[in-house]
Design a protein around this ligand. Structure first.
Ligand SMILES: Nc1ncnc2c1ncn2[C@@H]1O[C@H](COP(=O)(O)OP(=O)(O)OP(=O)(O)O)[C@@H](O)[C@H]1O
Length: 276
């Protein structure tokens, strides 16, 4: 794929990376913003087919990880491998084409467009026709638009909001807007879906059904990398969890292992685990 380097080829001053067999691999990522080190030497491996959660206190560097993976930021040091290819140094649209999609902490929908149209915007990432052929209505464009609309309806059904397809996004209840965002991300046909605090602002019933949806996404063959503050949800659905604190990984493992880790308890409580 154009713009993506094969494994092992030196890229910039990043040098070569030794793959570990994961779908997504962060190798010694450092991300500095002026004097702030948001991520400091982070290694992370997300395996194909798992639900992997990144947790940590506010400011730990979680969203920065997403921004590095999706090409919003180029890391100060280290590299990212996705599906065996170098992802850092590529543009955001190339990251999408490589098979990575994301949702955001704050809902980012086109409020006045219908739910179906919002999802079609996601599907557009893979269309071959450009602005001009779309403007003059070439047959390929019309075909792609029809396919995009059908895919959008299918995805709305998949996430459970097919009954709101023709409604403006702004008129959907909050929980449905979050589902719509997920449908739009899935429209790019990702191998990996990054969810940034998908349960934020949801009520308990919505959170419960979100768990089901995330599992369904994983079961459909899409690997899920999740940032979430709701521990019940994280511990309920994650295969593995990594805990960040001040840009470093302080623990990693299955939910129960991580939950009982003294360093994790200390990071969350802001005091030594054994302090009374
Ligand atoms: N563009 C930026 N410029 C300067 N500093 C930044 C930038 N992005 C993130 N940071 C800093 O990097 C650190 C990590 O921020 P980040 O948003 O990744 O944390 P987080 O774990 O996602 O936090 P939260 O749970 O509150 O969303 C913070 O100190 C933040 O202020």
């Amino acid at each position: 794929m154009k713009g993506l380097n094969k494994i092992g080829r030196a890229k910039g001053d990043g040098g070569s990376l030794t793959p570990r067999g994961g779908l997504l691999e962060l190798h010694q990522i450092v991300m500095r913003f002026g004097g702030v080190t948001a991520i400091n030497g982070l290694d992370l491996t997300v395996n194909a087919g798992e639900i992997f959660a990144v947790i940590g206190p506010n400011g730990a560097g979680k969203t920065t990880v997403f921004n590095v993976v999706t090409g919003v930021y180029q890391p100060t040091d280290g590299g990212v491998l996705f599906d065996g290819r170098r992802l850092d140094g590529t543009k955001r649209y190339q990251v999408t084409k490589a098979g990575v999609a994301r949702t955001f902490q704050n809902i980012r929908l086109f409020h006045n467009m219908s739910a179906v149209e919002n999802v079609m915007v996601g599907a557009d990432a893979h269309h071959r026709t450009g602005f001009v052929s779309a403007g003059i209505g070439l047959p390929r464009h019309r075909r792609e638009e029809k396919q995009g609309r059908e895919l959008a309806r299918e995805l709305l059904e998949f996430v459970g909001v097919s009954h709101r397809g023709d409604d403006a996004a702004k008129n959907l209840p909050y929980g449905d807007q979050r589902r719509l965002e997920i449908a739009r991300a899935l429209a790019t046909r990702p191998k990996l879906l990054l969810l940034d605090e998908p349960a934020a602002g949801m009520n308990p019933a919505e959170k419960e059904s979100l768990q089901g949806l995330i599992r369904k996404i994983r079961d459909s063959g899409v690997t899920v990398l999740l940032i979430e503050h709701d521990m019940r949800l994280v511990m309920g659905i994650s295969d593995r969890v990594a805990v960040l604190d001040f840009g470093q990984k302080i623990a990693e493992g299955q939910p129960r292992e991580v939950q009982n880790n003294p360093r994790v308890i200390e990071a969350y409580l802001g005091a030594p685990a054994d302090a009374s």
